[in-house]
Design a binder for this molecule. Structure first.
Ligand SMILES: [Zn+2]
Length: 115
C-alpha cells in the first residue's frame, strides 16, 4: 500500500472523502500555523508521521497522521495502534510484535533515541 504523506495534496484528497470534518480541522490548523509541519491534531511541532493501523482517536479512513509528542502519547494511551512511516523495518516489526500497549514507549526508546 502506498504511504500518503500527511497533509500532502493526495492525503487531503483521500481524507476529504473519508473524514471531511477532520480534513477541515487539519486545514484550519495548517492555516493558523502557516506550516504543514504541524501535529495533525493540535498544531504543535511534530515528532513524526505515522501509519494508522487501528484507529481509536483518529477518524476511520485517515491513512496516515502527523503527531506531536503529547498527541502520540495520548493516542497510544487510548489504545490506538500506529507505526512510524519512516521508521526502519526492524523498528516497525518490533512495534508490531509488542502490540499496542507498549507502542509509544517502544517507539520513543528505539526510534527517537537515534536521531
Ligand atoms: Zn499534537
Amino acid at each position: 500500500m502506498q504511504e500518503l504523506q500527511p497533509h500532502g495534496a493526495q492525503w487531503f484528497a483521500v481524507v476529504l472523502r473519508t473524514a471531511p470534518a477532520f480534513a477541515q480541522a487539519v486545514r484550519f490548523t495548517i492555516q493558523c500555523e502557516r506550516s504543514s509541519r504541524v501535529c495533525s491534531i493540535c498544531g504543535e511541532p511534530p515528532v513524526g508521521d505515522f501509519r494508522v493501523i487501528e484507529p481509536v482517536v483518529t477518524p476511520r479512513g485517515v491513512p496516515t497522521i502527523r503527531l506531536c509528542d503529547c498527541c502520540l502519547t495520548a493516542s497510544d494511551n487510548m489504545g490506538e495502534m500506529l507505526v512510524p512511516v519512516r521508521g526502519p523495518d526492524s523498528v516497525t516489526r518490533r512495534i508490531a510484535r509488542a502490540g499496542q500497549a507498549t507502542f509509544g514507549a517502544l517507539w520513543k526508546r528505539i526510534y527517537l533515541a537515534r536521531r
